[in-house]
Ligand binder design. Sequence first.
Ligand SMILES: [Fe+2]
Length: 393
Amino acid sequence: MESLKTTTIPQLEAPAATARPTAPPASAAVGLATILLVDSVDINRQLIKGILKFGPYRILEARQPNEAFQLLEQADVDLIIADLVMPEISNDMQGGLEFCRRVKANRRTRLVPILILTSVQGNNNVIASLESGADEFLIKPLQPAVFRTRIRTMLRSKRTLDSLEEAETIIFAMAETVEQRDKETGHHCQRLAALSVALGTALGLPEDDLLALYRGGYLHDIGKIAIPDSILFKRGVLNEEEWLVMRSHTLKGEAICRRMRSLAPVLPIIRNHHEKWDGSGYPDGLAGEQIPLLARILQLADIYDALTSRRSYKSAFSADEAVAMLQKEAAMNWRDPELVSVFVEMVRQPNFVAHSAALFAPDPAHSDLSSREAAELQTMRESLARMSREVLK
Ligand SMILES: [Fe+2]
């Protein structure tokens, strides 16, 4: 049960249409959930504030979607309550749907739950709202008790998500520490994530697998955090005992990430990214298709990126040289030959390497690409989609 001891609505007047809305300082609302109301009708916002006035909430108000986006930039919002009707976005009575899509497309706000309100009856509205990213839907007139309960439930889920996100953030920070220990690898994880997702896309894998590949790019070597520098950075050949320790990074990495249920799809990548097609790899000696597909994908990306990057002990190989080496490893029965063929076809696309890191930016419209680069990127995305259809035939 949430505390009702504080009346917390700040004296925040809805801003004039031309003024930039500002969120009151978060320091004045420590421990309070921040709710953003988006509704062009003053009386509607007053009504909602009245229903929520005894809750532990800091309430922000926006008359228009653009004001809401400005407030979302400034404040850490825990919940959005928005009216389905937003004529500033669309005249078809469903601007709220587009609003939801934009909130969910932004990496910063995608996890903020949205409650859509409307006075228009009809299942179609409910379905369309949920499909556009809204988390809940209520029809007016509001029943205050139901409304308050719904708000509390949504905020409870948001708090759970926040704590999961925090735990994930810590694990990713650990992975970054591993990467930074090795000054030579540069942005290896970032490139690896992009290359792996590109190959996954070319294979037509579902979005969950692509997300696992993306995360695997960062987390696959997290177990190296437990490997002593004397072994990790040893110049020269490792002895048998040192090899055993080095190889254990796969199992140690899996053990670190196993505690987070959301990382379950990434575990096979972490554990099995050093297996070989002929069964001579580690840690399990898996062969052929016993090796999880996502681990095989990441492995190819890992090898290709290592070959095409400069290290203190070698210069960077060209894309053609790296491809030739991958094909040689496939011929030696170390790598999945079909996967190598798709990978080679993919990296040979014009400008693929130059743009691979930007390929999966969530919103290319807001990236720093020039219009020419954006057009090339679009062509490449279409080409990958075509390839995916070919592979799936
Ligand atoms: Fe590794």
